[in-house]
Structure formats: structure tokens, C-alpha cells
Design a protein around this ligand. Structure first.
Ligand code: NAD
Length: 499
């Protein structure tokens, strides 16, 4: 829980200076055609700021400045030890401005400010420090060849990296892309989501203060179908790293094919299963984890375990535990430190979730929670945690990502059956299982089609451990040392030793 009261956070919010312009080259900048988008506080429905609505011309300008910076070499060819110091300074500035950044995140996308301060900000800072430290651990190779030649393999920055990011963890996910791409010497352009541009814009100013040179890190807010598409189709962007929906991820692959074959990395949607076996002796912990896994951050979490399979023998008892835990995530004012859930990011997402629940009910799902789906809170978009019992994976709730606080629950009878149910999905991001049987834990985890599996927990994470999925959840990994591979090219150099 944060150290401030609701009234103190409200006072801080009232005094906050909010910047909505793009960051191009080395300063704030209006969109070339002066057009803007409104940024709305989803907890109140009131406008927060006008955000630059960047056009294709703005993208062209930022890309040519990014290219000029690369060619200048004041970042791309800078000594690794210097790059490390600058990234460490940026981490220090993020720590120094943590309250302001947490507040921006909360006002902009509706998450509880306490969660932003306790989770998003420390994760962001740690990410920057981790990749700062990683810079000087990277080594090149000399490989075995004939006696008369020497072959080296060196890593080079891939060039201009465009990062198109979503609204659910705006700052943290931006840094999952930014930090390894900057660490490896690239120029980076971030296109934040329309709903949540404020923290990335602020980060650009902090990066300049930390010593990132002009044109090396730029932020272009704007619409996906204009700014995002222009980056995806740009002939001089070398790499497009994306987090967002599977539909948009597929578009980026098409943009790459239609333009310059830029490399594309995708972290997309999920419909992650969690399985509770009757042999688990930790049912209370499992119920708490199952509730947190879908209701934290209003369910707007890519790895949300939105499908829960519970073994028949413990089903009824487990449901009681689960419903007790679910009640704790009834939403409140995001600025109230006691709130464990806030507002949905915007009306579109609110309507999408309400529509998904209506569809699930029409297909035979039964509501187990005793609160109405829609929670009344001034003019904001608030939803209560909702558990729907489904008979099978045929219900659309068990198949389609809703990205809201809605859990689909199903019973199962055997290990084989539940493995098939869990894998019966277009997605493959996360998966969880609860069992006290060691053999079963390994056996089932090996067969789950997911990039990440949690056994007797859900959603543990560390910057050292890769994060990402399989199937239509995308490919490539954020976090960990492996992310550096995404932003570097290998160069093989042959040296003739015979003369
Ligand atoms: P989205 O795909 O609608 O938008 C993501 C970004 O893409 C935004 O910046 C948006 O402006 C841009 N965009 C949208 N349409 C575009 C287009 N036609 N061309 C180019 N760019 C376009 O996703 P969202 O609604 O912002 O985020 C929710 C989704 O993100 C969910 O599916 C969630 O699972 C996924 N997500 C995945 C991860 C992960 O690590 N796998 C993490 C967080 C969120």
C-alpha cells in the first residue's frame, strides 16, 4: 500500500504537469499537422491532456533523425562502459520520479496508483539497471577455422528499432523493449498506445536528462492505424518490436512483408489456462493465486489465467474459496491506496468485456459471483470481478481473450483430459498447475503448449527470466539476456592469415 492517502494523491494529481507532445530529436514537438487525440481519465471520464496525433510525415522525420544518430555513432559506437553509465542514470531518474510516473500511469489507464508504485515502477527501474549491467558482459567470438584464416563473429546493433506497445503496463513494457535495444546501441522509436502515452513521453525527457543523445530515443504518440502502420511499413525501420493483440501482430508481419522485410518480434494475446488437481494440499493458496491471476490490473494482463480447470473431486469446495478471494478485487478509485482494482482503460474495452460476458451467458455459461458485472463508480468504466462456469471449451469465453476481470471455470476428470483442454487454444502464452505430485508436475508441465509454466504459483517473474509465448501468442522473448539477441545482428568477418 502506498504511503499517501486518497486525498494526498488527489492533491498530487491536481498539481501534476502533464505533457502530451511527441518527443522528436531532442525535445517536445507538436504533430506536423498540429492534430491531437484526447487522453481521458477512465476513472472519471474527464479529459487529462491532448496527445500529439503523429502522422506519416512525423514518422519520416523521426526515422531520418534516428538514422542520422546511428550514423553519427555518438550512441551506437559509444564505449559500452559509457552506455552503461547513461542507462544507470536513467534508472536513477526513474526511481527519483517514481511517484510522478506511477500517478501518470494510474490517471492515464485506470490502474491503482498503489499497484503502479509497488509493481510497475520498481520493475521498470530494475529492467533499466539489468540491461545497463548486461552491456559489458557481451562478448564476441573467434571460431575454429583453417590454419590460414581467422574468423570472428561480432554483434552489431540492428539499426532503427520501432517499439509499438499496449496500454496495460505502458511504462514497464516500453522499457522491456527500450532497455535491451538501447543497451545494444540502436536508435529507438516508441509508439505508445493511444490510451496511455503519458508515461512514455515523460520517459523520453528523463532519458535526455540522463544523457541519451538526440534522435536516439524518440516517442511518437498517435493512432495505431496511422503512426503504428507507418512505422511497420517504413523502408528504413530495421526492426519492429510489438506487444499487443494477435490481430495487430499479424498486421505487423504483413507490413514487414510489404516493405523491407524488417525483423518483427511479437508478444501477443493469451488465453492462459490454470489447472488445479485434487491432490494439491495448497487449495487456499491456489484459490488466492487463481483470483489474483485474473483480477489483478482489472484483468488487463496478457498472462492473465482466464481459463481455470478444477478437478471434479474438489470442485465445489474450491469454488467457495475462489469466490471469497474474488470479492477482494471489487474496483475502487485508482487513487485510493486501498483499491486492489481500478477502472477499465476505456469505454471500448469496457464494452468489449460486457459484450463478451453477454455472449458467454447466451452460450450457456452460469454466473457464480454475486455482484453485478458493471460496478457503479461516478462516470468511469468499472467492472466487478466475475466468475462464469462453463461446461466445456466450446463456450466463447474459454476461447477468446476478453482482457477484463472475467474468469471462465470448467471442471475436469482426468490428467489426460485436462492437458487436452489446456492445449485446445490458439494461444500459448502462460499456463499454471497446482499439484503435490512431483512426477505429475513435471509430466504435465512438459506437455503444456506455453512459453511460461508456473507450478504451485502463478505469474512469478524476474528480469533475468525470458517472457513470451508460442502459437498465436507470438515469438521472441522480452526480458533476460536473450532479449539482446533480438536487437543485434551477427557479423562474420574472415581475415586471411596466409600473407
Ligand atoms: P492493440 O493490438 O490494439 O494495440 C497495441 C498497439 O498497437 C497500440 O500501440 C496500437 O496503437 C497499435 N496498433 C493498433 N492497431 C494497429 C495497426 N492497424 N497498425 C499498427 N499499429 C496498430 O492491443 P491493445 O488493445 O493495446 O492491448 C491489449 C492486447 O495486448 C491484448 O491482446 C494483450 O494480450 C496483449 N498484450 C500482450 C502482452 C505479451 O507480452 N504477450 C503483454 C501485454 C499485452
Amino acid at each position: 500500500m502506498s504511503q499517501y492517502s486518497l486525498e494526498q494523491w488527489q492533491q498530487k494529481a491536481a498539481n501534476l504537469i502533464i505533457e502530451g507532445r511527441a518527443w522528436i530529436d531532442e525535445g517536445y514537438c507538436r504533430a506536423e499537422n498540429d492534430s491531437t487525440l484526447p487522453s481521458i481519465n477512465p476513472a472519471t471520464g474527464l479529459p487529462l491532456a491532448d496527445i500529439a496525433d503523429c502522422s506519416e510525415a512525423d514518422v519520416d522525420r523521426a526515422v531520418s533523425l534516428a538514422r542520422a544518430a546511428l550514423d553519427r555513432g555518438d550512441w551506437s559506437r559509444r564505449a559500452p562502459s559509457d552506455r552503461r553509465l547513461v542507462l544507470e542514470r536513467l534508472a536513477d531518474l526513474v526511481a527519483k520520479h517514481a511517484e510522478e510516473l506511477a500517478l501518470l500511469e494510474s490517471l492515464d489507464m485506470g490502474k491503482p496508483v498503489g499497484d503502479a508504485l509497488a509493481f510497475d515502477l520498481p520493475q521498470t527501474e530494475h529492467c533499466l539497471r539489468f540491461y545497463a549491467g548486461a552491456i559489458e558482459t557481451q562478448t564476441d567470438e573467434v571460431l575454429p577455422t583453417g590454419d590460414q584464416v581467422l574468423a570472428t563473429v561480432t554483434r552489431e546493433p540492428v539499426g532503427i528499432v520501432a517499439a509499438v506497445v499496449p496500454w496495460n503496463f505502458p511504462l514497464m513494457i516500453s522499457c522491456w523493449k527500450l532497455a535491451p535495444a538501447l543497451a545494444t546501441g540502436n536508435s529507438v522509436i516508441i509508439k505508445p498506445a493511444e490510451q496511455s502515452s503519458l508515461s512514455a513521453i515523460r520517459l523520453a525527457a528523463l532519458a535526455a536528462e540522463a544523457g541519451i543523445p538526440a534522435g536516439v530515443f524518440q516517442v511518437l504518440p498517435g493512432q495505431g492505424k496511422i503512426t503504428g502502420q507507418a512505422l511497420g511499413l517504413h523502408m528504413d525501420v530495421d526492426c519492429l518490436t510489438f506487444t499487443g493483440s494477435t490481430l495487430t501482430g499479424k498486421r505487423f508481419m504483413a507490413y514487414a512483408a510489404q516493405s523491407n522485410l524488417k525483423r518483427v518480434w511479437l508478444e501477443c494475446g493469451g488465453k492462459s489456462p490454470q489447472i488445479v488437481f485434487a491432490d494439491s494440499q495448497q487449495l487456499e493458496r491456489a484459490a488466492a493465486a487463481a483470483a489474483a491471476a485474473i483480477f489483478v490490473n482489472q484483468g488487463e494482463v496478457c498472462i492473465a489465467a482466464s481459463r481455470l480447470y478444477v478437478e471434479d473431486a474438489i470442485y465445489d469446495d474450491f469454488v467457495q474459496l475462489l469466490l471469497r478471494e474474488a470479492r477482494q478485487y471489487c474496483p475502487g478509485n485508482p487513487l485510493d491506496p486501498a483499491s486492489r482494482a481500478g477502472a477499465m482503460v476505456d469505454q471500448l474495452q469496457f464494452d468489449r468485456v460486457v459484450g463478451g460476458v453477454t455472449e458467454a451467458l447466451a452460450a450457456g455459461a452460469r454466473t457464480l459471483t454475486d455482484t453485478p458485472l458493471i460496478a457503479a463508480q461516478n462516470n468511469g468504466w468499472f467492472l466487478n470481478p466475475t466468475v462464469l462456469e462453463c461446461d466445456s471449451n466450446a463456450n466463447p469465453l474459454m476461447r477468446e481473450e476478453l482482457f477484463g476481470p472475467v474468469l471462465g471455470l470448467c471442471r475436469f476428470h482426468s490428467e489426460e483430459e485436462v492437458i487436452a483442454l489446456a492445449n485446445d487454444s490458439a494461444y500459448g502464452l502462460g499456463a499454471g498447475l497446482w499439484t503435490d505430485n512431483l512426477g505429475r508436475a513435471h509430466r504435465v508441465s512438459r506437455r503444456l503448449q506455453a512459453g511460461m509454466v508456473w507450478i504451485n504459483s502463478y505469474a512469478d517473474g524476474a528480469i533475468t527470466v525470458p517472457f513470451g509465448g508460442r502459437k498465436q501468442s507470438g515469438f521472441g522473448r522480452d526480458k533476460s539476456i536473450h532479449a539482446l539477441d533480438k536487437y543485434t545482428d551477427l557479423k562474420s568477418t574472415w581475415i586471411d592469415l596466409s600473407h
